[in-house]
Design a protein around this ligand. Structure first.
Ligand code: ATP
Ligand code: MG
Length: 291
């Protein structure tokens, strides 16, 4: 089974993870801007090529999960990562507030239908993790879920974490490489990005009052992220807490991790059987002499 690419941003598997001690900006030893761009470009090219091999190999799919506070850079990172990938080889799904149909099912149903097929890269822009993030911050959302039983909230979140761990282990055992990225933007950088959405007319459409409301729950979100990441980062479905205050660093780092994950898979083009190869000469002759 696939194992998590090592990284300083890998969330440990033993439950010891503190949001407060995670960097939101690149360290002093991080590569410069030009280097970041170059490394991103190289990785993006590799990802496109490796997706093609993964398709031919036909054993694995890759699921990339993105979670973050608003304006952390999910959309831009996804765009940067998939530039150049065959559009038939990737699928991106964004998950917003659940519809009434979705609420009529268990919380893994809607994402289950969007899992990538073998050979494809699937991206979840938000995911079932919202069920232990936004819903944990706003437990009143549970009212619309008509659960048969409402254990005390701590038990309920623990059950959900267990369901998520089981689900991801099941996916991993069936060839899905699950990589999860939390884009860790600072509160102050989010403030600046909201301000630029207000100031620059072409960014106005991105601003939503709801985002400002959720910003008010910052500390509760951070607690929810801390718990979710600590309890669900596992070798077969690792979380990475990526500093997101610099978009170039964020994009390069995510791309390098995706690349490393691909490279650990030992993907190969299938070999054609010797007897089939032996027939190639005959087939070629037929095609060449065709009138
Ligand atoms: P963008 O703002 O870049 O368009 P977004 O992912 O923030 O992208 P929005 O429509 O702004 O999209 O927000 C989606 C909202 O849906 C988020 O606030 C998110 O927390 C919420 N959401 C997602 N899944 C659930 C869920 N299962 N239950 C309740 N709310 C959810
Ligand atoms: Mg939004």
């Amino acid at each position: 089974m696939f194992t998590a690419p090592p990284s300083p941003f890998l969330v440990p598997f033993d439950g010891r993870f503190e949001v407060g001690s995670q960097p939101t900006a690149p360290g002093a030893d991080a590569p410069g801007k030009d280097d970041r761009k170059k490394r991103l470009e190289q990785c993006v090219e590799r990802i496109a090529a490796l997706q093609h091999v993964m398709y031919a190999h036909d054993k694995h799919a890759m699921l990339l999960v993105f979670q973050a506070m608003d304006a952390a850079g999910k959309d831009g990172t996804i765009r940067a990562l998939l530039t150049g990938v065959n559009p038939a080889g990737c699928q991106v799904f964004a998950f917003k507030q659940p519809s009434s149909l979705e609420l009529d099912h268990d919380f893994l149903w809607r994402t289950g239908m969007c899992l990538p097929e073998r050979g494809r890269i699937g991206v979840f822009n938000r995911s079932y993790y919202e069920e232990v993030l936004v819903v944990r911050v706003h437990p009143e959302f549970l009212d619309a879920q008509n659960l048969p039983e409402r254990p005390d909230l701590e038990t309920l979140w623990a059950h959900r974490m267990e369901s998520i761990r089981d689900h991801e282990l099941h996916l991993a055992r069936n060839g899905v490489v699950v990589l999860k990225f939390w884009l860790n933007v600072s509160r102050d950088e989010q403030r600046k990005r909201f301000l630029s959405r207000l100031e620059e007319p072409e960014k106005n459409w991105k601003f939503s009052q709801g985002d400002l409301r959720e910003r008010g729950f910052w500390d509760a979100y951070m607690r929810a992220y801390e718990q979710a990441l600590a309890e669900t980062s596992r070798p077969w479905a690792p979380w990475y807490a990526i500093p997101a205050d610099s978009k170039s660093f964020l994009r390069m780092t995510v791309a390098e991790l995706v690349c490393a994950a691909f490279e650990s898979l030992d993907l190969k083009y299938p070999t054609v059987r010797a007897e089939d190869v032996a027939r190639f000469a005959e087939i070629r002759r037929k095609l060449e002499t065709e009138k």
